[in-house]
Design a protein around this ligand. Structure first.
Ligand code: GDP
Length: 356
């Protein structure tokens, strides 16, 4: 499954955030046979549609889509010089499909800042520079090697060309993702800045309503997405019963936990979307890449469903709700029969027909 690596300078609240995430872990409840690794948190993607589906279908339970976060320690200024970024850091980040940077905005004088002052813009610059330099180092080693290889093997020429172009982009100070460079041909080089970034600004709770500051922080990272939260409050929220959590949220002027926003934005940043299935047993959100076809979507449930795919009966969630039941949606002609070529839309409610 795709995952998001959490990175940030020391003392910005990564562990606090990650611990809150893992307390929210849905893996244990819904996937009892999955192995849980200490630095991986699997969280449910909050989805109001599931509760509504469960009502219509009298489902016993709901199962959300999930998104995995990996805690990646070890980035500091100058990491890419000197001893370089640690091997474990590099391996972890290479396995991630998106990078979530945690940036300190909270001011607490009791928590030391590695550079002596709290400056979100400087910290973002520091991290981006380290990632850029690390990619440049990778390419400096790869390009001469690829030059030799392409003398023997013409097929290496396209990778060589992509690598040289990537170097030119990085030399301008842009990440490969921001420059719109296609990651696919470069895949084997394990570059980091081909991945999409998202940002968590760890704020003092009483600043979350500071619209000027919030706008400034969002603008700092746009078009990448930003989540603004207070990691300490988030870690308290996950310990509280629902009614007390709602009270605490209201007291800081928020209507949703930051972790919920993080799960949703993270999911979207990974290029994922969901389709829905519903029945008396469960209403469930299934994860597919944007652009997946109906047979590919069926394959997420079971590979036999993809192999034996015949057709899919599909109604959009909104139309199903408007009709009030599957039977009523059918009567109105809103349940479509789709074939192998159909590209799934977010919120399709689906029943697959297949041969076994
Ligand atoms: P990490 O090094 O990035 O993993 O940071 P930690 O999560 O260990 O946090 C470093 C210190 O900052 C700890 O003492 C935390 O309690 C504190 N801290 C984390 N988040 C916040 C926050 O949102 N506000 C305040 N005031 N302190 C925080």
């Amino acid at each position: 499954a795709l995952s998001i690596g959490i990175v940030g300078l020391p003392n910005v609240g990564k562990s606090t955030l990650f611990n809150a995430l893992t307390k929210n872990d849905v893996l244990a409840a819904n996937y009892p046979f999955a192995t849980i690794e200490p630095n991986v948190g699997v969280v449910g993607v909050p989805d109001d549609r599931l509760g509504k589906l469960a009502e219509v279908f009298s489902s016993q339970k709901t199962i959300p889509a999930t998104v995995s976060f990996v805690d990646i320690a070890g980035i500091v200024r100058g990491a890419s010089e000197g001893q370089g970024l640690g091997n474990k850091f590099l391996a972890n980040i290479r396995e991630s499909d998106a990078i979530c940077q945690v940036i300190r905005v909270f001011t607490d004088p009791d928590v030391v800042h590695v550079d002596g002052k709290v400056s979100p813009a400087d910290d973002i610059e520091t991290i981006n520079t380290e990632l850029l330099l690390a990619d440049l180092q990778t390419l400096e080693k790869a390009v001469p090697r690829l030059e030799k290889e392409m003398r023997k093997d013409k097929e290496r020429a396209s990778l060589h060309k992509a690598a040289v172009e990537a170097q030119q982009v990085l030399d301008t100070g842009k990440t490969l993702f921001a420059a719109g460079v296609d990651a696919e041909p470069l895949r084997e080089l394990g570059l980091m800045t081909t991945k999409p970034f998202l940002y968590v600004f760890n704020m003092d709770a009483d600043e979350l309503g500071n619209e000027e500051l919030v706008a400034e922080l969002r603008a700092m990272v746009a078009p990448a997405e930003a989540i603004l939260l207070d990691a300490q409050t988030e870690s308290e929220l996950v310990e509280l019963p629902a009614d007390e959590a709602a009270e605490l949220l209201a007291s800081i002027g928020q209507d949703e936990p930051g972790l919920d926003q993080l799960a949703r934005v993270g999911f979207r940043t990974l290029g994922l979307q969901t389709y829905l299935t519903a029945g008396p047993k469960e209403s469930r959100a299934w994860t597919i890449p944007v652009g997946a076809t109906a047979p590919q979507a069926a394959g997420v449930i079971h590979s036999d469903f993809q192999r034996g795919f015949i057709k899919a009966e599909i109604v959009s969630f909104d139309q199903l709700m408007e009709a009030g039941s599957m039977a009523a949606a059918r009567t109105r002609g809103w349940v479509r029969i789709e074939g192998k070529e159909y590209v799934m839309a977010d919120g399709d409610v689906v029943e697959f027909r297949f041969n076994v």
